[in-house]
Design a protein. Structure first.
Length: 197
């Protein structure tokens, strides 16, 4: 059995990366678990590897689970647990793309940087280098919810509207000034921030 060392770089401003060694006869499910553990991701989200090239293009997919179909209507591909690492080593600089969590799309660039013999008494896969702090797995959820209002601006039960004799005068004045207010005192929908950034 040969040992492959992959440099796994997360596509994130942190530029965190981990060097992971794994055996040629181990499978992509083992590598999937090793990457998640190395970056501190503990969720059970969908994931896929893609055989890549020097330009980081997406080639054949190696999915975690059977979705019942392949890319472009092709036959469903073999799963991670069915594909050995050695099955897709075509170059001394072989590359893969690893996608984790299809909602938040964590992307990792996986590049072969060394191949050698196994060390005696060592269990693989293992992390042999760790550089920079990885982002929190749920940090993209914070990004998605950043523009969403914490309260419903149209919730009437939280509103108290008191009528007095001056209300009609104020409403006429607002109309004359062209202010964009509805009957509950809120601005128009155009005043709301974007839901996603």
């Amino acid at each position: 059995m040969r040992i492959y060392r992959f440099r796994v770089l997360i596509d994130h401003p942190s530029e965190a990366f981990r060097d992971i060694e794994i055996g040629s006869e181990q499978n992509f499910l083992d590598l999937h678990k090793a990457i998640k553990e190395a970056f501190g991701f503990i969720g059970q989200e969908m994931a896929s590897f893609y055989v890549s090239d020097q330009g980081w293009g997406k080639g054949p997919e190696i999915p975690l689970a059977d979705l019942g179909f392949g890319q472009d209507g092709e036959e469903a591909p073999a799963l991670m647990e069915q594909v050995l690492i050695s099955d897709h080593i075509r170059s001394t600089e072989q590359r893969f793309i690893y996608a984790y969590d299809f909602l938040h799309m964590w992307m990792f660039m996986v590049e072969l940087i060394h191949a050698g013999d196994p060390a005696r008494g060592v269990e693989y896969p293992r992390v042999v280098m760790s550089m920079k702090e990885a982002p929190d797995e749920h940090s993209k959820e914070d990004d998605l919810s950043a523009g969403i209002a914490s309260e419903d601006p149209y919730a009437l039960e939280s509103e108290e509207h008191h009528y007095d004799g001056d209300d009609d005068e104020h409403q006429e004045h607002d109309a004359e000034e062209g202010e964009d207010h509805n009957e509950f005192g809120h601005g128009s929908i155009n005043d709301l921030g974007e839901e996603y950034h």
